[in-house]
Design a protein around this ligand. Structure first.
Ligand code: BGC
Length: 425
């Protein structure tokens, strides 16, 4: 086993996203959830109905409220309490997103009280010595933006850039790490190809257009942020999973090739000149081809049916670093695990894999676990629990899971090791 220490100043933390935890958002997702909740069970059953844990979640899956973010986990009001947990777990970093619809509820109208809210939020976080990693868009948009065509219209890129500029002006002094957009590749896939997320399109041409406009939006956001606030590190955050072949067939290899080129790296290949770092969100291994029941690898699956091979992140990190030669942060990584059965094992394996990647020269600078809190898992609503901290939504009480206690101690140990390695020099 490798002995490489984590580098000095390594970021250890957890990630969240506004719509999934804050509560009380008013976005395109909120509108869609209200209109769609009673139809969600059918899709959920289709996608999760054959999993081992289905009997356990079936009843909850039939209730429309399951698919409504609503009060979230009230992080909007309880953030100070949540930040204390971050410190308690010995983390030095927290990732969250700013909700565009709060800042600009109507086109061109800024809500100064909401800007003030995020200012206090960031100040509170910084006052306890925690670094902030901030997304400016995490899948949700103001309804007025979507009514004008969202990212499917090239002219709308300027609307996003105007919002980014406002953030730079108002909050730039408090920001260090910014990713303008979270997982543009997942957004295109889920919202414009698979049609499982709003605005539920299945159109290849629109999907390509959206992808291109997201690339343009990232580049424009980068320029705006850099010109207003040159000290900010601006990078990408994309879903980068591990691809494996379940068969050597031509079909399998072709699917894998297309996936790698388009879904995985197209965005990154096009924004490398406007990125200071690469953010990796890793959750699963994809086996090709998926169709026709061909792939049944003997790997355990999480509560959403995703193959769990946490150690595979080692090769992925090397692949990403070799391709872009930029600092790499793991910006999301975690497991849907309602019983906290796998989480500790997952993190342990990931730590071993990260050391492996460091050994091979990868400039890895941080690990942010998804997620700090149980949260609203998009189309699966409240069915899947990703939190290091369990949240009872009736009382909003937070309970640190055993895996998180373990992880907190492990972070303390690793950070001390880092410090002692430094003082030995
Ligand atoms: C997203 C999160 C999501 C997580 C688990 C990532 O794709 O950024 O919002 O909850 O995966 O599905």
């Amino acid at each position: 086993m490798t002995k490489t220490n984590f580098p000095k100043g390594f970021l250890w933390g957890a990630s969240t996203a506004s719509h999934q935890v804050e509560g009380g958002t008013e976005t395109d997702w909120d509108r869609w959830e209200r209109a769609h909740a009673s139809k969600s069970y059918r899709t959920t059953k289709l996608l999760l109905g054959r999993l081992k844990n289905w009997p356990e979640i079936r009843d909850q899956a039939q209730i429309p409220e399951t698919y409504i973010a609503g009060r979230g986990v009230d992080h909007y009001n309880r953030y100070a309490e949540d930040f204390k947990i971050v410190t308690q777990l010995h983390m030095n970093t927290f990732r969250f997103s700013i909700e565009w619809a709060r800042i600009e509820p109507r086109a061109g109208e800024w809500d100064m009280a909401e800007i003030e809210h995020y200012r206090t939020y960031l100040t509170t976080l910084r006052a306890q010595g925690t670094e902030a990693f901030v997304s400016l868009w995490h899948f949700t948009s103001p309804t007025w933006f979507m009514d004008r065509g969202g990212f499917a219209k090239q002219a709308n890129v300027a609307l996003f850039t105007r919002y980014v500029e406002k953030i730079a002006e108002e909050l730039g002094d408090l920001l260090t790490f910014v990713n303008p957009m979270n997982e543009p590749n997942t957004y295109v896939l889920m919202s414009y190809l698979a049609g499982l997320w709003p605005p539920q399109r299945h159109n290849l041409f629109t999907a390509v257009r959206v992808y291109k406009n997201l690339i343009a939006a990232h580049a424009a956001a980068y320029r705006v942020l850099k010109s207003h606030t040159p000290h900010i590190q601006v990078g990408t955050v994309t879903a980068l999973n591990v691809d494996k072949l379940a068969s050597r067939s031509v079909a399998a290899r072709f699917t894998q090739w297309v996936w790698q080129r388009v879904a995985k790296y197209w965005f990154l290949d096009n924004v490398r000149a406007t990125s200071d770092f690469v953010g990796v969100n890793f959750y699963m291994t994809n086996y090709y081809p998926w169709y026709g029941g061909v792939s049944t690898p003997k790997q355990p699956k999480n509560d959403l049916g995703w193959y769990m091979e946490p150690g595979a992140i080692d090769k992925l990190l090397v692949e990403v670093y070799d391709r872009y030669k930029q600092p790499v942060y793991i910006t999301e990584n975690g497991v849907a695990d309602n019983h906290d059965q796998y989480r500790q094992w997952w993190i342990e394996q990931t730590i071993i894999a990260m050391r492996g990647a460091l050994d091979q020269g990868v400039d890895l600078r941080g690990y942010l676990h998804w997620s700090l809190l149980d949260n609203f898992e998009w189309a699966f609503g409240w069915l899947a629990e990703f939190g290091l901290v369990h949240v009872d939504r009736a009382t909003m009480q937070r309970t640190i899971r055993p895996s998180a206690q373990w992880f907190g101690d492990e972070i303390a140990r690793l950070r001390a090791e880092e410090t002692s390695a430094k003082s030995q020099k």
